[in-house]
Design a protein around this ligand. Structure first.
Ligand code: ASP
Length: 321
């Protein structure tokens, strides 16, 4: 058994590890852990308490993948529900589809009786308001919201540098390898923007035959590289987990232009090995490792620098709590 989750997963580690120890299916254990994080407003990048888009609205993304069936469920830009991860799980259970977005995802959530929630907490609303007051040109303010938002996209930021999506990778006692993600995405993102977190193959991928991978950080980069799927495919072709991650990092070196920032990659194989690297990271990315017994350990991701000719997300102001 193994569980890997990032620092944002801290609050969910006890529930997920306990359930895995009790023999739960990895999907159930992952969903339970992520639910804790989504509901806790102190995690400012996931679920309730996360960051809003350019219009000040909360749009949440989540994904689950069962590596034993290769079924996935994902929601993108979901508004008004407490547990995107569980709506994603229900897509896997109830629909012949893998991915719902926007109004359709919200409609499905209502149909299944998912718990509604106002996910915009006062601290996030105030941070958004401060951004609006300080950064939006006066003529745009007076026309708001019927004004071009694209020029404001350069303000899309991670308001708390180094805080991320939460990602969980687990290998359960029965041998299933599964993964899950949940996020509010980048703060001040263009409405409707999806990062990698709900995109199977980019932000996460699991295949019980080989392993699983999940990414946090600049989803624009891992969408372009198909990073999570690539890592599992490199393992299928014979690479060990560390080499598979190194290949995926190398693929990022081919990125030209667009948003180039930091990405953290988490991966496990079928033999209990794992690898976590922080690409262009600040050097303090942490992750939790639980190996089926004892206490979970908080470890440091290995920093890797890639040089690219892209554009970093820029902002002069940080809007923190
Ligand atoms: N990967 C997420 C996204 O692109 C953000 C993050 O993990 O910080 O939406």
């Amino acid at each position: 058994m193994i569980l890997v989750t990032n620092n944002e997963g801290t609050l969910g580690v006890p529930a997920t590890a306990r359930m895995l120890a009790e023999g739960a299916h990895a999907l159930d254990a992952i969903e339970a852990g992520i639910q804790v994080i989504e509901a806790d407003p102190s995690v400012r990048t996931v679920g309730r308490g996360g960051w809003p888009n350019l219009l000040g609205e909360m749009e949440l993304d989540a994904c689950m993948m069962d590596g034993s069936t290769l079924r996935s469920g994902a929601v993108g830009a979901l508004q008004g529900f407490l547990h995107p991860v569980s709506v994603a799980r229900e897509i896997m259970r109830r629909l012949p589809h893998e991915f719902l977005v926007g109004d359709g995802a919200a409609r499905f959530a209502r149909e299944i009786g998912a718990e509604p929630a106002d996910n915009l907490i006062e601290a996030s609303r105030r941070a958004w308001q401060a951004w609006f007051d300080n950064e939006v040109p006066e003529q745009q303010k007076s026309a708001w919201p019927d004004t071009p938002l694209a020029p404001l996209c350069c303000h899309a930021i991670d308001p708390e540098v180094g805080r991320d999506t939460t990602v969980f990778l687990a290998h359960d006692a029965a041998g299933n390898i599964c993964c899950g993600t949940s996020t509010s995405g980048w703060g001040w993102k263009y409405p409707g923007r999806l990062g990698d977190s709900p995109i199977v193959g980019a932000g996460s991928y699991a295949d019980t035959r080989f392993g699983a991978a999940a990414c946090t950080g600049a989803g624009e980069m891992t969408v372009r590289c198909g990073t999570a799927r690539s890592i599992v495919l490199y393992m299928k072709k014979g690479a060990g987990v560390a080499d598979a991650v190194a290949e995926a990092v190398d693929d990022m070196r081919a990125l030209k232009g667009g948003l180039i920032s930091r990405v953290t990659i988490h991966a496990i194989d079928t033999k209990g090995n794992h690898k976590v690297v922080a690409v262009n990271g600040a050097g303090d990315n942490k992750y939790w490792l639980w190996e089926g017994q004892g206490e979970p350990r908080l470890l440091a991701a290995e920093p890797v620098v890639i040089t690219t000719a892209g554009t970093r997300a820029t902002t002069t102001t940080r809007y923190t709590r």
